[in-house]
Design a protein around this ligand. Sequence first.
Ligand code: FAD
Length: 564
Amino acid sequence: SENVTSNGTEVTDEIKNNFCRIDKDENVGATCDITFKEINEINGKIRPELLNIVHSDFFKYFKLDLYSQCPFWNDNNGYCVNRACAVDVIEDWDKLPSYWQPEVLGKLDKSGSEEASLDTQDEFLNHLCDNKGPNKNIRATTNTNNYGLVGKQDIEYCDVDEFSKKTAALVDLTANPERFTGYGGEQSSLIWSSIYKENCFIDNKKKNDTSDNQCLAKKVFFRLISGLHASIAVHLSNDYLNTETGKWGPNLELFMARVGNFPERVANIYFNYAIVSKAIYKISPFLENLDFCNDYDEKTKERIMHIASNLNTKIFNEDLLFQDDLTSEFKDQFRSRFKNVTRIMDCVHCDRCRLWGKVQTTGYATSLKILFEMDDQDASSVVNNLTKYELIALFNTFDRISQSVQSINNFEKLYYKKINSNNVFANLFSKNNFFKMLQSFVSNVSNKSEKVIVNTGANTVTTRDDKDVTPADAFKDIKMPATKNRKPTSENNIKNRWHQAFETEWHNYKEAVRFILRSYADLPRNVYNIIVRKVSSIWNSFVGVDNYLPVQDSNPNVYTLDFH
Ligand SMILES: Cc1cc2nc3c(=O)[nH]c(=O)nc-3n(C[C@H](O)[C@H](O)[C@H](O)COP(=O)(O)OP(=O)(O)OC[C@H]3O[C@@H](n4cnc5c(N)ncnc54)[C@H](O)[C@@H]3O)c2cc1C
């Protein structure tokens, strides 16, 4: 809700005026005994070491099978496969320069991939770690007979076998940074909506009586995927291509529209930070004994230990979830539904997005396995059975979320810089005078109509109010694919079709008349608004400050965002 913070306390004016409306002294969530501020501090300390780790030769390679078929729907039938459909945020692609083309923006840079010169890709990583032979302590591939199974129980939150598939290729993650790709529109919305739909847990035993524990698990699941979604949005706004200058850099307006104006999304990024960092903290005593990359790079282990020494157990309390037998069935659902999330990544059409989607969902899956399946008795067996790709994904996911936290802090600085420059005008005329009244009036008018224009595909644009949404509302604005027409089953259907055709025509006629009448009714107000905006704009240029009202983006096909 607008009036309460993520912890349920009232939103004071001080918080309201804060960047992202977050009280940094609050805890990140009910399961985390750590504040936003503390996470910022930890991140500041560990960021350089984490960057070094993910740039090391062991951690920068990941395996991805670009040929895996989408397991949930027929991807080639009735579903978006052509270029315009996959990236329909921009309308007239051919007129844009080549570096804007989604094939270029979203393409994997395979130059860093080393597979051609090696017998097997796994050997490559083993060679990096231990020239004397394959690494024994971290599993290169999986063995379905004993891998990751405690007794007969499945403890996997992702398909670990896929990394051993012949079609999987090694990819250098540092040569393929996660950034703005132009991927969007209906295809990506459908992927996100399918992911959020995995959060529908079914209570088989106690219908209509969901326990607190189950609610907590559902909330954790939602926060996890919303945090991933928000973190991706932070990266694409932080590494955004400016079409005018051809340079990559942060886009504050885009960040505010996707994440900054939604305190819950920002909080979910911090929540994910807590989850992944707690998992790393939990396995750190075992990592010290693991024999990986020591011969190659002695510093790697030291760096991991430095990171772990800045973390602590209270960051996330995994024991609050799945406490009793009643919730174990729920835990199975949690596990299999998260596995589905990792599989949905195979339905993503943009290579680069798919790569980072796989890395991060695998990283979260590994974190969940460590947090929920590793108890005191079988702790070492879980760690020793981790594949190197899970470990690589875990640290790269931590790096992604840590980069998000750092970017949020950078965006905060840009935000206040912008606010301060906007305030120059207001400070000049601090008393109530005509121009101040005019300015606040204009600001009210534009706030009321504060919209984010989003492209919904098929060359159409719609507007949606830029306000916080509940999970239930989250996908009201998403167009689902048209349901297929059923074939007529009887003669009566011909009659029905005539009836339907008439209804449709009559509806269209009524809409057209309504549209014309509404245009006449709106005319005086629109003329008035235009005059007020013009006067304000002329006054601003007269006093020599930036336009208080936003100027239309020079490339209206991309994003047109109102920002204050
Ligand atoms: C797996 C995956 C990886 C991607 N990677 C990249 C990438 O690397 N680079 C890139 O440029 N694009 C990437 N995309 C596309 C990107 O995530 C957006 O889908 C795209 O930019 C279009 O954004 P949008 O504003 O239309 O809404 P979307 O981000 O598609 O969101 C759809 C709806 O979800 C709701 N919503 C949005 N964020 C949240 C949240 N955090 N929590 C809860 N609800 C939310 C809103 O109601 C919104 O309308 C990726 C997409 C997917 C599925």
